[in-house]
Design a protein around this ligand. Structure first.
Ligand code: TMP
Length: 212
């Protein structure tokens, strides 16, 4: 039985980590084999690229940033995601290509056609079954990240940058309503987790019905 691929998206401060852990716990309780991972990163080599792209000690062009995201993704898909799905595992990934569409596309203004060419090249056969977009107004989300310590290249970006990123995420969700669910991240943690649990449960049932 091939596995299932779930991705979690949203701007910084929407609570991805806490909710990812809760979703993983729910899947494990359903006796599913779960792999929790993140992008950029997920393998030792891809984590090295993460450090470069988040904390580059010299200026990084927008083109280089985009290519590094896909270089890390290519390693991650080949070494971890594709084998896990082939084994029948459930892969829960903190960000994937929708983040590139939102940050490098919406935020930086890189052409959508360029991003889609890279996406097709790197992981045409690997697409999320479900993408959860945790959404909150930029001022609310960013206020939650303050005081978390030293900032990376993205966390130092302007309010306007994050508005573009959020708008891009919401536009993607409208274009692909069958894959995306948008959850209001300003609701209480209990409410957010209740919503997520409903969507995960639905996916588990669908998946069981599809399996031989
Ligand atoms: P994280 O801190 O939420 O793990 O994400 C790392 C940062 O990398 C976050 O600011 C979003 C950014 N990012 C991109 O710009 N493009 C991408 O494709 C990915 C996966 C992350």
């Amino acid at each position: 039985m091939p596995g299932c691929f779930i991705t979690l998206e949203g701007i910084e401060g929407v609570g991805k980590s806490t909710n990812l852990a809760a979703m993983a716990e729910q899947l494990r309780r359903a006796n599913l084999s779960v792999v929790v991972t993140r992008e950029p990163g997920g393998t030792p080599l891809a984590e090295e690229l993460r450090r470069v792209v988040l904390h580059a000690g010299e200026p990084l062009s927008e083109t280089a940033e985009l290519l590094l995201m896909f270089a890390a993704r290519s390693i991650h898909v080949e070494q971890l995601i594709r084998p896990a799905l082939a084994r029948g595992d459930w892969v829960l990934c903190d960000r994937f290509t929708d983040a590139t569409r939102a940050y490098q596309g919406g935020g930086r203004g890189q052409a959508a056609a360029r991003i889609e060419t890279l996406a097709e090249w790197v992981h045409d056969d690997v697409q999320p079954d479900l993408t959860v977009l945790l959404d909150a107004p930029v001022e609310v989300a960013l206020a939650r990240t303050r005081g978390r310590g030293s900032e990376d290249r993205f966390e130092r970006e302007t309010h306007a940058f994050f508005e573009r990123v959020r708008a891009s995420y919401l536009a993607q969700a409208r274009r692909e309503p069958g894959r995306f669910v948008v959850v209001d991240a300003t609701a209480s943690l209990e409410e957010v987790q209740k919503q997520l649990a409903i969507h995960v449960e639905k996916l588990i049932l669908n998946h069981m019905n599809k399996s031989p």
